[in-house]
Ligand binder design. Structure first.
Ligand SMILES: Cc1cc2nc3c(=O)[nH]c(=O)nc-3n(C[C@H](O)[C@H](O)[C@H](O)COP(=O)(O)O)c2cc1C
Length: 165
């Protein structure tokens, strides 16, 4: 059996794009400054031990900085932060220019405008095709806003969450 897919990449993306995700910015403090990228593939894995996961692509330039740091901070974005998602989805030279952030335990940048944050150490990295599957052990976490809902991403577009009823 061949490893190449029996369907074209656009169709793969169209089908899998039917499932909405939240949007996070995953960061780390590197020796030459902070690094970070927009990540939709973030999720919780385990409560005991407390584990979360995300999947950076192998072409990510931020991932090697995060891996070398051995830690990462997850900023769960609010519905008014699509601009921040676009900034961290870019290949801009210095994505952090002009931004302010705080740090928790690991030193990874946490933005005060994010809905919630999770501070982690890298626990395990598994190969997943053209991505890495990164498991992080949660060291600390918190919610810092109650005036907004989460930023949602579906079929290439941003939206907000609207409860039924
Ligand atoms: C909403 C959204 C979700 C994304 N989710 C992921 C993801 O889960 N994994 C990934 O590798 N890239 C994801 N990206 C794309 C990266 O943010 C993008 O490739 C970025 O340029 C990587 O930056 P870097 O090369 O500095 O790491 C996402 C982009 C957006 C807008």
């Amino acid at each position: 059996m061949s490893d190449s897919p029996p369907f074209d990449p656009a169709f793969f993306r169209q089908v899998l794009g039917q499932l909405p995700t939240g949007v996070t910015v995953v960061t780390a403090a590197g020796p030459a400054g902070p690094a970070g990228l927009a990540i939709g593939s973030f999720g919780s894995v385990s409560l005991d031990p407390p584990l979360v996961m995300f999947m950076p692509g192998k072409s990510s330039s931020s991932w090697p900085v995060i891996e070398a740091a051995g830690h990462f901070g997850v900023n769960i974005l609010a519905e008014d932060q699509a601009d921040m998602s676009n900034l961290f989805a870019s290949k801009a030279e210095d994505k952090f220019a002009g931004l302010e952030w705080t740090t928790k335990i690991t030193g990874a940048p946490i933005f005060e405008s994010a809905l919630a944050w999770v501070d982690c150490e890298v626990a395990q990295v598994v190969e997943g095709g053209d991505h890495w599957i990164v498991l992080g052990r949660v060291l600390d976490l918190g919610v810092q806003r109650d005036d907004a809902g989460p930023l949602v991403f579906l079929a290439g577009k941003y939206g907000a969450f609207a409860p039924l009823g």
